[in-house]
Design a protein around this ligand. Structure first.
Ligand code: CP
Ligand code: NVA
Length: 304
């Protein structure tokens, strides 16, 4: 069987994704109860980071250690990748020495080219277009707090960025309605919206989009690599802030999420970040458990 990768949520079937999230919650319980097992001694994860990270690096590195394996941090500044060694050659070499590879980079084509030349599973840990690992944690978090997300309404606020594109994939794979509230010129990928017209709608009116929603989600207005556009983006997206007033338009038991890092009082009001009942910190912690389930699944698939 050909090697399975995780470049977008569409690389797994809905049944596989749901089983993975069940397993993530089981691993979370085992971790908390001290009954987790180290089932992958000697296995190595290579982590290539061309962009900054706190959660992704810590969760993958801690997760791999908790599974009994080892994680290796590689940055283009310290490897030959940064000096122009082709992605394809790098993929052949690294994948001959490790068991799984995680990449955070710019163009989505880079992870695709790496995967095409890799002998081992490749995980997309964020590209300019997608952030599927974060969606595993978000879907786990929703389910743990509110039950299945199928049939619910999710409202995305602000920039139609890599997280928003992944929410479109999630709408299809987890079977929910997605309303994207964004200013003109900041829509998610046009092809994705077109392919998912049955469940994705773009709104300009933020209140209309949030009305009755079960989950409100936002992210920074300027993603990594867009720092020069921060001011222009902040001006365009100011009406799309996730705040208490908007939350009151949503369902009475609505959750709200943010993948973090957040710019307090820009895309999300500080009071929402600090509410005692917020699930944002649980959402961040779930990166650890969801990715352990992903690593376990990919390593088992590779050995099957
Ligand atoms: N949410 C997320 O991916 O965070 P980091 O950029 O800190 O990894
Ligand atoms: N959209 C953000 C997500 C960070 C986790 C970025 O790409 O910078």
């Amino acid at each position: 069987m050909s090697t399975r990768h995780f470049l977008t949520l569409c690389d797994l079937t809905p049944a596989e994704l749901n089983a993975l999230i069940d397993r993530a919650s089981e691993l979370k319980t085992a971790h908390r109860e001290g009954t987790a097992t180290t089932q992958f001694p000697g296995r190595v994860l290579a982590m290539i980071f061309a962009k900054s990270s706190t959660r992704t690096r810590v969760s993958f590195e801690a997760g791999m250690a908790q599974l009994g394996g080892h994680a290796m941090f590689l940055s283009p500044g310290d490897t030959q990748l940064g000096r122009g060694e082709p992605v394809e050659d790098t993929a052949r070499v690294i994948s001959s020495m490790v068991d799984v590879v995680m990449i955070r980079t710019f163009g989505h084509d880079i992870v695709e080219r790496f995967a095409a030349h890799s002998q081992v599973p490749v995980i997309n840990a964020l590209t300019d277009d997608y952030h599927p690992c974060q969606l595993l944690a978000d879907m786990q978090t929703y389910r743990e707090h509110r039950g299945p997300i199928a049939g619910k309404v999710v409202c995305w606020l602000g920039d139609g960025n890599n997280m928003c594109n992944s929410y479109i994939n999630a709408a299809r794979q987890f079977d929910f309605e997605l309303r994207v509230a964004c200013p003109e010129g900041f829509e998610p990928r046009e092809d994705l919206v077109a392919q998912n017209r049955d469940r994705v709608t773009v709104f300009r009116d933020v209140k209309e989009a949030a009305r009755g929603a079960n989950l409100l989600v936002t992210d920074v207005w300027a993603s990594m690599g867009q720092e020069d556009e921060q001011l222009r983006r902040a001006q365009a997206m100011a009406p799309y802030q996730l705040n208490s007033e908007l939350l009151s338009a949503a369902a009475s038991d609505a959750l709200y999420m943010h993948c973090l890092p957040a710019h307090r009082d820009e895309e999300i009001s500080a009071d929402l970040m600090d509410r005692p009942d917020t699930v944002i910190w649980d959402e961040a912690e779930n990166r650890l458990h969801a990715q352990k389930a992903l690593l376990e699944w990919l390593l088992e698939q590779a050995n099957a």
